[in-house]
Write a protein that binds this ligand. Structure first.
Ligand SMILES: N[C@@H](Cc1ccccc1)C(=O)O
Length: 504
């Protein structure tokens, strides 16, 4: 049965051959159609199994403006060499100034000439004297390649020479895809056995049809709503941000209020309030980024005294301090926060929203900064889900119960707790979750009950349980990717970011 095809497809199919693949440009020339029309038709025919399309990458070189100038005037090093030979530098060294003057090169060209002279074995410079070596500047491969490119013939040129010209910025390299079209066996059958004819229908309305009124008489092709169309992607909220919003919703739903505060903060709030001794390696615990800025001016005086006393003498009757140096200067130094527990200190101290009476629940989902080594699970910055609950009688069961409830809202039920040490909590626990793809346990957070040495100076008499969870790790457990760099930064996986849907 004769097949009816749109005009362009008919033209391409009947022009293509089974033996010799033809490029799109060749088919365009033969059919009188535009190359893009031929390409579109060829793809349709390929879908129908009537033609096969081969793609190959062709590399072209074009001259840059500088390359063109040297085609006219000669390469600077060749010109300098000739001037040197004329000045007798083949026999005895000649002063550079004299050779440059005679060469007629301008300042920029002199630099280029000198940079390439020795590389090409044209000559050497020693204490301002130039000696010319035996060389044949008429056979300079770079000059020859430039001339060939200017002539429009780049066949057979040495790639090493072309690379050199590219690195000298004298040529630009372009890659383009060349498609060639060949009839398949089905295509041959369609043309030879079944027969094809061009549809008389029109597939698009043109301005000419409108002005001439021809549109009244033509028959339009039906729309193919299943045809491939280019994909358009709009902007979209990053999945990390979407997940942060979701975490906030969950925590607000659990009765928490949100904290905020400075990214760059005094060490006082980041470390001292947390009973981290000033001379202890724990102080550089996360290798915080210290900032080269003036120290924090205002610190609450009474609180500073109480915190210092906790460091020196401990807290309570049996308390004992660190017996190590403590100065307010160190406390005033400003760092990028390595955790958002600095916010918890500001709030618990009553210096953020006033004195707080139990029960209270607070959280933040905010950025923290650490000088870590980049790897699949570490970045220099990440989002921490900070939180704390203040109440009269809290136990580790409350802490575990809160995490179980929180993570279960994300479908995560396999949570494990490991005893841990923090200078500011006792007891302390690290949290682990199971990666859905690799089945490994990965660390997802750190938590504990704040010590008296932290709470009493802040003026808190009841219990406070607290934690810092990594938002990115939560994301890994939810979506199953295993390299954090897929989500963040210059190596991120755009398709993953485009296609991942936030799951509720
Ligand atoms: N600051 C801890 C988290 C934490 C906060 C509060 C209590 C205990 C632990 C961290 O960054 O790892």
């Amino acid at each position: 049965m004769t097949r009816t095809l749109p005009e362009a497809q008919h033209a391409v199919l009947t022009t293509a051959s089974a033996d010799d693949a033809q490029t799109i440009d060749e088919l365009a020339a033969e059919t009188g159609l535009k190359p893009e029309t031929v390409t579109g038709a060829a793809f349709e025919l390929e879908d129908a199994g009537l033609v096969a399309i081969d793609e190959s990458v062709v590399v072209d070189y074009t001259l840059t403006g500088e390359g063109e100038r040297y085609v006219e005037a000669g390469l600077p090093e060749v010109r300098l060499y000739r001037a040197a030979v004329d000045a007798g530098a083949r026999d005895d060294p000649v002063s550079m100034g004299q050779v440059i003057g005679a060469s007629g090169l301008n300042g920029g060209e002199v630099d280029v000439a000198l940079a390439n002279l020795a590389r090409k074995g044209y000559g050497r410079i020693d204490s301002g004297q130039l000696s010319a070596d035996d060389a044949d500047p008429d056979a300079d491969p770079e000059a020859d390649a430039l001339a060939a490119l200017a002539d429009g013939s780049d066949e057979g040129l040495d790639t090493a020479v072309l690379d050199q010209l590219e690195s000298r910025n004298l040529v630009e390299r372009h890659e383009r895809t060349v498609r060639s079209v060949r009839l398949t066996d089905d295509g041959v059958d369609a043309v030879m056995l079944e027969g094809v004819e061009a549809a008389e229908t029109v597939d698009r309305l043109t301005p000419e049809m409108l002005t001439t009124g021809e549109w009244r008489d033509v028959e339009f092709t039906a729309y193919n709503v299943e045809a491939d169309a280019p994909e358009h992607r709009g902007g979209k909220t990053h999945i990390l941000r979407q997940t942060a919003e979701r975490v906030k919703d969950v925590l607000v739903g659990m009765g928490f209020e949100e904290m905020d505060g400075p990214h760059a903060d005094a060490e006082f709030w980041i470390n001292d309030c947390l009973f981290m001794p000033q001379d202890h390696p724990a102080r550089t615990h996360w290798d915080q980024f210290a900032l080269d800025v003036p120290p924090m001016g205002e610190l609450p005086e009474e609180l500073v005294e109480r915190v210092e006393s906790a460091h020196r003498n401990g807290e309570g009757e049996d308390g004992d301090g660190y017996h190590s140096p403590w100065t307010e200067e160190v406390a005033r130094e400003v760092d990028l926060r390595g955790h958002t527990t600095s916010l918890s200190m500001r709030y618990l101290s009553g210096h953020a929203v006033g004195e707080l009476e139990p029960p209270q629940r607070y959280f933040s989902v905010e950025k923290v900064y650490r000088n870590d080594t980049l790897d699949p699970t570490h970045l220099l910055e990440f989002f921490q889900i900070e939180g704390w609950v203040m109440a009269e009688d809290l136990s580790v069961r409350d802490l575990m119960g809160t995490f179980t409830e929180f993570y279960s809202q994300f479908g995560i039920t396999d949570i494990q707790f490991k005893p841990h040490y923090n200078p500011y909590t006792e007891p302390s626990f690290e949290l682990f979750g199971r990666h859905p793809e690799t089945d490994e346990l990965i660390e997802i957070g750190n938590s504990g009950m704040f010590r008296d040495e932290v709470l009493r100076p802040l003026g808190v008499d009841c219990d406070v349980m607290a934690w810092g969870l990594a938002l990115e790790r939560l994301l890994m457990l939810i979506y199953g990717f295993d390299d954090i760099r897929d989500v963040h930064g210059t190596l991120c996986d755009l398709d993953l970011l485009r296609e991942t849907e936030v799951l509720y």
